[in-house]
Design a binder for this molecule. Structure first.
Ligand SMILES: [Fe+2]
Ligand SMILES: [Fe+2]
Length: 215
């Protein structure tokens, strides 16, 4: 009964985010031409992937860890590693950890992630937070990485996000299955995430512009 609907339809995420598509695309086109800013941006993605992996681990401390959850956790950790490696490739030197100097928009992006966890937990409770936070994060990750991949394909940078996109897409359908047809909750939480993204986005642009002007 509920199988045929996709997480995109159920969440209304793409329609709610259509307004951001062209600005995100322009931002990415601009940033990949500038190694110094691109490296910091990649390091920010590495940090967020790491936080995602860490959150899965922490949320499962008092649960029975399944193979599926361990796989999810390992794949998010691999994404953090992938973006760190790409950030260092672009920078041409190592970028250890995540600091204000080597990571773009560090505080607002951590705030986005923190608020998302708190807001979702308030809505669905602590025990269910893992799958719901993951679900709305996977929607954002798939949406964002698809635009990014498209921009990369039209550039001179040969980085490919295809393997990451395949994994995020699989996480998205796994988490969608776990939400058990509660589409109203999904739309509500996805809207909440979109509001947080709308708040984060101008801060990311500002952070990038500041670096551009300082160069
Ligand atoms: Fe990821
Ligand atoms: Fe994921």
């Amino acid at each position: 009964m509920t199988q045929s609907i996709s997480p995109w339809t159920a969440s209304n995420m793409k329609d709610a985010n259509a307004q951001f598509e062209s600005q995100v695309q322009r931002f990415l086109e601009d940033i990949i031409k500038d190694k110094s800013r691109h490296a910091r941006f990649l390091n920010m993605l590495s940090m967020l992937e790491h936080k995602g992996s860490r959150r899965i681990m922490l949320s499962q401390m008092d649960q029975v860890l399944t193979q599926d959850t361990l796989q999810h956790l390992a794949e998010e950790a691999r994404h953090a590693y992938f973006f760190k490696r790409q950030a260092e490739r672009v920078a041409g030197h190592s970028l250890n950890g995540w600091t204000k100097d080597n990571t773009m928009c560090i505080e607002p992006s951590l705030m986005y992630f923190g608020r998302l966890g708190v807001g979702v937990e308030n809505e669905v409770g602590r025990k269910s937070a893992y799958s719901w936070v993951s679900l709305v994060v996977e929607l954002r990750a798939c949406w964002f990485y698809e635009i990014y991949q498209d921009v990369l394909e039209h550039s001179n940078d040969h980085m490919s996000l295809k393997s990451i996109l395949a994994e995020e897409d699989k996480h998205l359908s796994d988490m969608f299955a776990m939400c058990d047809g509660k589409y109203e909750t999904l739309e509500k939480l996805s809207n909440y995430e979109t509001k947080l993204f709308a708040r984060l986005w101008p801060q990311l642009e500002q952070s990038s512009n500041q670096l551009k002007n300082a160069a």
